[in-house]
Write a protein that binds this ligand. Sequence first.
Ligand code: SF4
Length: 52
Amino acid sequence: MSCKCAEFDEDTGRYVCEVSGSGCMYFIPDSKQCAKDYGEGPDACEEEEDEG
Ligand code: SF4
């Protein structure tokens, strides 16, 4: 349960999404959930291994 597109912002104490350029929609970045819900995530950032 993580997302490599997420970057922690110490100023806000939240994660910033490199895909959207704004805050991550999840309190805890979850690339799988994000791909499911929004079609975003590492797949939209760059290729990652397939989960099968
Ligand atoms: S989980 Fe989705 S919204 Fe959050 S950082 Fe990753 S790609 Fe962005």
